[in-house]
Design a protein around this ligand. Structure first.
Ligand SMILES: NC(=O)c1ccc[n+]([C@@H]2O[C@H](COP(=O)([O-])OP(=O)(O)OC[C@H]3O[C@@H](n4cnc5c(N)ncnc54)[C@H](OP(=O)(O)O)[C@@H]3O)[C@@H](O)[C@H]2O)c1
Length: 250
């Protein structure tokens, strides 16, 4: 039986991506995930739900690996589905340093590869595979408020998310017949937030604010944000605002 939905989610082993993947798992869905590790939780959930799951392990911070994996994930896409969804979610906030200390080319390049280059490569492969199918095709790039507001210490992260936003606008302007949004998810209680709270004040002067948000229980739960994102993605007017923030939607 052909699946009704074919979805690709990157960074689905933890945090927001894992919650998105879990939210997508249904018997009529074929799900392909990409991350460096394998998730036993996702495998178990696939067994329970009957969702056909393929977990691809790859380091998207390595451009050559990202190029290979982009071709691999679309190679076996079943052609008869009603809906094709790509969620480019994998990302890193590292390296966190003031501009004077941003002197490690490998760390900067790895962040750009994961947060930007791999998105372009997977999107290119996805478009090549799905455009001939004339199905309902949607892409969500998980962005950040950091791409829209400068944040001291996040020179690399802000630059990658601003690049992601602008790339998404270009993508939309090319009229591929695919609905596309670059979406900020808000402040979500994930491993990335632990990394942020573990930053030195000298590197990240706002660290206290993020510690307080956590202590005051103001971080959103990944499952709640994922549910809102999946409702938003399914909506008829998805794609109307190419740059959006899930906090603008119920
Ligand atoms: N959490 C927030 O408050 C927040 C706010 C704004 C935007 N965001 C954005 O939301 C997205 C998800 O963030 P999160 O908070 O869920 O992050 P997270 O908890 O750190 O999870 C990151 C996910 O990406 C994968 N990943 C990391 N490095 C990778 C690599 N080199 N190659 C392949 N996969 C890799 C990880 O899997 P492996 O370790 O198994 O590779 C993991 O599944 C990111 O794009 C982030 O920028 C988050």
């Amino acid at each position: 039986m052909e699946p009704s939905t074919v979805a690709i989610v990157t960074g689905a082993t933890r945090g927001l991506g894992q919650a998105l993947a879990q939210g997508l798992m249904q018997a009529d869905t074929r799900l392909i995930t990409v991350a460096r590790s394998h998730s036993p939780e996702l495998a178990a959930r696939a067994e329970q739900t009957g969702c056909v799951l393929q977990q691809v392990q790859s380091d998207l911070a390595n451009p050559a690996a990202a190029e290979r994996v982009a071709k691999q994930v679309v190679a076996g896409l079943p052609p008869g589905a009603k809906r094709y969804l790509l969620i480019n979610n994998a990302g890193t906030v590292a390296p966190i340093h003031q501009a004077t200390e941003l002197d490690n080319a490998a760390a900067i390049t790895a962040a750009f590869s994961l947060n930007v280059t791999s998105v372009m490569l997977i999107t290119a492969a996805f478009l090549q595979a799905v455009k001939p199918l004339l199905a309902d095709c949607r892409i969500v790039n998980i962005s950040s408020g950091a791409g829209r507001n400068p944040t001291p210490g996040w020179g690399v992260y802000c630059a990658t998310k601003a690049a992601l936003d602008h790339y998404t606008r270009v993508l939309q302007s090319e009229n591929h017949g695919v609905r596309i949004v670059s979406l900020a998810p808000g402040v979500v209680d994930t491993g990335m937030q632990e990394t942020i709270r573990g930053s030195a004040t000298t590197d990240f002067p706002n660290v206290e604010r993020f510690t307080q948000l956590h202590q005051q229980g103001q971080l959103a739960l990944p499952a709640d944000v994922a549910a809102r994102i999946l409702r938003y993605v399914a909506h008829d007017d998805f794609g109307a605002n190419v740059l959006d923030d899930i906090r603008n939607h119920a």
